[in-house]
Design a protein around this ligand. Structure first.
Ligand SMILES: [Ca+2]
Length: 97
């Protein structure tokens, strides 16, 4: 049975070295609950350099790594799609299983 992991949105404000968690909720992608399966390993970071924190998330299946570009803002992130991270023509993967 597939364990469904619900990613919890933790909006945070970085101030110097202080991280303050201010709100929680369910993350959506294209209007549906964001679900990467078991053993999700999310990280909020500005991956594409546009100033908005994106979501990088590992997934259990095949050790793939998803990139969800934030098309919203840092305070109200919006995710419409994801891409698998690649190195040239190869998918980036991590050990899994
Ligand atoms: Ca970004």
């Amino acid at each position: 049975m597939k364990l469904i992991i619900t990613l919890v949105l933790c909006v945070f404000v970085l101030s110097a070295e202080l991280v303050e968690f201010t709100a929680a909720g369910v993350l959506l992608c294209d209007g549906t609950r964001l679900d990467v399966g078991s053993y999700a390993a999310p990280l909020a970071v500005d991956w594409n350099g546009d100033g908005k924190k994106d979501l990088i998330c590992g997934q259990f299946d095949d050790g793939m790594i998803r990139f969800y570009p934030n098309v919203g803002t840092n305070s109200v992130p919006v995710f419409d799609e994801f891409l698998y991270l690649m190195d040239g023509s190869e998918f980036l993967t991590l050990p899994y299983g």
